[in-house]
Design a protein around this ligand. Structure first.
Ligand code: NAD
Length: 477
């Protein structure tokens, strides 16, 4: 692989970085993949200055031209798909198949918002009294701070950069410390696609707290779009409060995966493999609790265990690998504890449950039954390749259990009876439901959660709204 950028990207150039150096590890080996020059206070100042200097021109650039930059970025991502997929696999551990799928998914946000840029509208209404006209205008919010997680290092960035640029905003992106290289790669690609200097700036750092806090306190920043854990999301909402910043929050989930007794179990297991094991289980949308009607729980468990057992554990860069490493050592330690706790409490192990020996950060595909629904494994995000199955006796119990969480991002429901599926689906306090589908992510759909899973939507027609303000002119003629 050619040498890739590893320092802050500010005002159209690679900066030296006035923060601390930090290492990015390859989770398959535990070895250093790259040493990155972190951004410090001066870099933040330069990036905010660049983004606010670029704003007047970019926001007045013709929507078609803004769209064409995004369209070109979409094309470049496809031209470079293999290089970018390989980089994500090395940096974050996901299998090459997952990485290639993410490149396609991530690029699609550039294409979708390239098409949305020329469709930003306004309205002319007549006041109910008939006395005046109401002219509504849509304007870009301004400079946006984008903070992204490591699990989908390309897609979580493009899902924000796409609509922001389409709307006429400029951005400062702060990627996760485990995966800054993918974000820096995208910065170079956007420049090549024609994004003018200052429109996209990227600040890697291993000390996100002070940098993000300083950015949120800066009057040039008008919006925060965050994807990450609910805990950090809460903290940033509080930091955004003094300046009453616009906030979009894509936070954690605790997805129920519901299987009714009339479901086609083979289709349900196909869906379960996707919903649970995509990205090694490290997805906010990942199935977290398998709520299975007792009549079919044993058969579903056996089928799922067979499929999980067939996944080959290994480096994501090996084409035969079905399950790559976890992102870092802390993730392995965390999931080991979640599983050990329920096993000590009497859960039955059908598969896995023992961390693999190093080097690298591996945890095997695991299937458990008999764990308590009050356990941390059930109440927190598992964020790994562990499926815990809970038999349930009735549809009423399913709805009650599915909703017994502070989260409300994703859910899955398998049944042959569409009306019954929709009836249950309507009662779930969840932003996105897969009905006989194990995947809900789609650039054309409004992605987002309710309750403590977030605020706002990304993708779809809704996605660009997050980066637009409405103002109106009252007029008479
Ligand atoms: P995280 O919350 O630890 O980190 C997310 C981002 O916040 C990173 O860029 C990190 O550097 C930054 N950050 C961490 N602490 C901070 C602080 N004190 N101040 C400012 N910034 C800080 O989450 P993660 O481990 O990177 O990602 C996993 C989480 O993200 C899971 O909870 C997952 O559900 C969630 N997620 C949600 C979605 C969604 O669309 N709803 C998508 C992907 C991931």
């Amino acid at each position: 692989m050619r040498e890739l950028p590893s320092s802050p990207y500010i005002a159209g150039a690679w900066a030296v970085g006035d923060g601390d150096l930090f290492d990015v590890l390859n989770p398959a080996t535990g070895e250093v993949l790259a040493t990155v020059a972190g951004a410090g206070e001066r870099d933040l100042e330069s990036a905010l200055a660049a983004a606010s200097d670029a704003l007047p021109t970019w926001s007045r650039t013709a929507p078609r031209v803004r769209g064409e930059v995004l369209r070109r970025a979409f094309e470049l991502m496809h031209e470079r798909a293999e290089e970018l997929a390989t980089l994500m696999t090395l940096e974050m551990g996901k299998t090459l198949a997952d990485a290639r799928a993410e490149v396609g998914y991530a690029a699609e946000f550039f294409r979708w918002f390239a098409e949305e840029a020329p469709r930003i509208g306004g309205e002319l209404r007549t006041a109910p009294s008939g006395g005046n006209r109401i002219l509504t205008l849509r304007k870009p919010v301004g400079v946006c701070l984008l903070v992204t997680p490591w699990n989908f290092p390309a897609a979580m960035a493009t899902r924000k950069i796409g609509p922001a640029l389409a709307a006429g905003c400029t951005v400062v992106l702060k990627p996760a410390e485990d995966t800054p290289l993918t974000a820096l790669y995208l910065a170079g690609l956007l420049a090549e696609a024609g994004a003018p200097p200052g429109v996209v700036n990227v600040l890697p750092t291993a000390q996100p707290g002070p940098l993000v806090a300083a950015a949120l306190a800066d009057e040039r920043v008008r919006k925060l779009s965050f994807t990450g854990s609910t805990a950090v999301g809460r903290l940033l909402l509080a930091q955004a409060a003094p300046r009453v910043l616009r906030c979009s929050m894509e936070l954690g989930g605790n997805a129920p995966f519901i299987v009714l007794e009339d479901a086609d179990l083979d289709t349900a297991v196909d869906g379960a493999m996707l919903a649970k094991m995509r990205n090694g289980g490290q997805a906010c949308t990942a199935a977290n609790r398998f709520l299975v009607r007792a009549e079919v729980a044993e058969e579903f468990t056996a089928k799922l265990t067979d499929r999980m057992a067939a996944l080959r554990l290994g480096p994501g860069s090996d084409e035969a690998t079905g399950l790559g490493p976890m992102v870092n050592r802390r993730a392995v330690e965390r999931i080991t504890k979640l599983v050990d706790d329920v096993v000590a409490g009497g859960a039955k192990i059908h598969l896995g449950a023992t961390p693999a020996a190093g080097p690298g950060f591996f945890y095997p595909a695991t299937v458990l039954t008999g764990s308590s629904q009050a356990s941390t494994l059930a109440t927190e995000e598992v964020f790994g390749p562990v499926a815990a199955i809970y038999p349930v006796a009735s549809d009423e119990e399913i709805v009650a259990r599915a909703n017994a969480t502070e989260y409300g991002l994703t859910g899955y429901l398998y049944t042959r009876d569409l009306a019954r599926g929709l009836r249950i689906g309507e009662q779930l306090e969840i932003g996105m439901i897969g009905l006989n589908r194990g995947l809900v992510s789609d650039p054309a759909a409004p992605f987002g959660g309710v309750r403590q899973s977030g605020l706002g939507r990304e993708g779809g027609f809704e996605g660009i709204e997050e980066y637009l303000e409405t103002s109106y002119i009252a007029t008479s003629w």
